[in-house]
Design a protein around this ligand. Sequence first.
Ligand code: PLP
Length: 287
Amino acid sequence: QWIFLNDEFVTKENAKISVYDHGFLYGDGVFEGIRVYSGNVFRMKEHIDRLYNSAKSILLNIPYTKEELTNIIVQTVQKNGFEDAYIRVVVSRGVGDLGLDPYKCPKPQVVVIVEPLAIFPKHLYETGIEVITVATRRNRPDVLSPKVKSLNYLNNVLVRIEAHLANVSEALMLNDQGYVAEGSADNVFIVKNGVLYTPPGYVGALEGITRDAIIDIAKDLGYVVKEEPFTRHDVYTADEVFLTGTAAEVIAVVKVDGRVIGDGVPGEHTKRLLEQFRKRVVSEGVK
Ligand code: PLP
């Protein structure tokens, strides 16, 4: 397996960075997760744009143009030869001293890793998953915008710990006002009377690229999609609930905080959207 690390390809064993890197010391950096389906990279441009926007927001200068980084990602995929894989792109502030000061880090580090990934076992796409809502809150948009996909994922890690302790696959975070924000690494949708609802970005959700793809697909299928804040009550009483994410794709949620959603099995709308999503990821991707 070849990993792109600062201008060169190295083997997995040799892909090492310094303990003085501020990504390691402070979570100072940004990242992206991208999927390759049948050799096609799904929505590359959107991921690249989001990465550069995240970097701009934290005043981090990615040392490549968008075109150069796009080529590097494609090369890394080709060099590894995977037809279906997950790509992780990380840009950290780079090596500095032990202080916080990012101005003492002259060279951001860029890493591209490509490998097969499945975060949820296959059978869960058939059965749906159980989730809980947790005490960990999404950070406020005015503090660190959830639109920035930064290396500060401690909230998300805490969400996963809470899910693990409760023996469920995933958990939902609320924002500081109690509105449902998102999962640890996925966006949430509910379906009520055939209408799709998903929290708007300002509630405290990452503007997920899978979320956007599902909105596009749903609209093409004639669904009404509303970006509106909703509460746990709305989730408990929804006809269907599902999560979307680059790694998760589209996965049905059949139980939330012990409340059975709909009939307790993946609903017809969720199944239809997943089916269309699977078709589109192949047809839409670029080599
Ligand atoms: N929310 C968070 C916090 C994430 O990290 C991710 C990850 O990828 C998502 C949502 C889903 O976004 P996307 O569909 O772009 O992968």
